[in-house]
Design a protein around this ligand. Structure first.
Ligand SMILES: [Zn+2]
Length: 315
């Protein structure tokens, strides 16, 4: 594939979050048409993306110029669940949820390669990885426990005992950049992150809760402040294993004193734009130490895109 890849500028503000890109039609209306699916699988110009049980995919090329391995169906080396991903440029694309990561290619995760893929590749891969995780984690009927059967081109599972139909789960999560309207934002560190690595606040939407209410609740729980002007800023799939990240910005309302919860968040602070700009990507060895902040989330994450957007925004 030769389509344009995203810019490498670590401070870029892409129009579309990097994992929200896509360039294929899902053609959902054809998923129930087995004759169509069989013909598409038999067509020599169709292409198949192999996904291993751990969610890795076969790639060629270098670490920063990876290309997904897309095989003709006739060359797929092993059995597995077939998923019809859709059509682009007249070519039908499938994923094969393989039982092992075989072959002589490199196997990489979406986290490894997502920022470097084309729009078409990343759109195919996010769906394939999400469906692989769902099929692996939900093989049985949640009503009666019987093994369910794959249907609709890999997009549903049906219980043969009670006929119930089950769809891939997507769990909404909110992620929010909180600023003070005076050139500072909150960055925080979870207990699993190395010292110096910080990101914006985030959390899952609870049952029966709106996304905006979840933003306000999570901010209050994690750092103990009130916010206002909660504004939606875009979303991107986060299939690790089944989230949809809903991005927001919000503004401090009242006392800026942070009271950290100590469990989900172990460290947090207000940082200026200059302090944020002096960091480098997580993992960069040459990053200049700046007090508690020495690294930001990957450019692939919506967290980084919220931070980058704030850096160039007016207060
Ligand atoms: Zn059942």
């Amino acid at each position: 594939m030769t389509a344009a890849r995203p810019p490498r500028d670590p401070w870029a503000v892409p129009d579309t979050p990097l994992l929200a890109r896509s360039a294929h039609s899902r053609l959902a209306e054809r998923r129930a048409d087995q004759q169509f699916l069989d013909a598409a699988w038999a067509a020599p110009d169709s292409r198949v993306l192999l996904v291993s049980p751990s969610g890795t995919v076969a790639v060629t090329g270098s670490a920063e110029q990876p290309n997904l391995v897309l095989l003709p169906p006739q060359r797929v080396p092993q059995p597995g669940v077939r998923v019809f991903l859709g059509v682009a440029g007249g070519i039908c694309y499938f994923a094969l949820l393989a039982s092992a990561s075989a072959g002589d290619q490199s196997w990489r995760t979406l986290r490894d390669v997502g920022a470097y893929l084309t729009d078409l590749e990343v759109g195919l891969l996010t769906s394939a990885v999400a469906l692989q995780a769902w099929h692996r984690r939900h093989p049985r009927c949640p009503r009666c426990g019987v093994q369910t059967e794959v249907a609709q081109g890999g997009w549903t599972r049906i219980c043969p005992a009670d006929g119930s139909e089950h769809f891939p789960r997507t769990d909404p999560a909110v992620i929010m950049l909180v600023h003070d309207g005076a050139g500072h934002c909150i960055l925080a560190r979870g207990p699993q992150w190395a010292a110096g690595r910080m990101s914006v606040l985030a959390g899952f939407v609870e049952a029966g809760e709106s996304a905006e209410a979840a933003v306000a609740r999570e901010v209050a729980e994690e750092v103990g402040i009130a916010i206002r002007d909660i504004r939606y800023a875009g979303s991107q799939p986060h299939p690790f294993p089944a989230s949809l990240m809903l991005g927001f910005s919000a503004r401090l309302d009242g006392d800026p004193t942070l009271r950290i919860d100590g469990s989900e968040i172990v460290e947090a602070g207000w940082f200026s734009r200059a302090e944020v700009r002096r960091t480098a990507d997580w993992g960069a060895e040459e990053a200049e130490p700046v007090a508690r902040l020495r690294g930001l989330p990957s450019t692939m994450s919506i967290a980084r895109q919220l931070i980058n957007s704030w850096l160039v925004a007016a207060d």
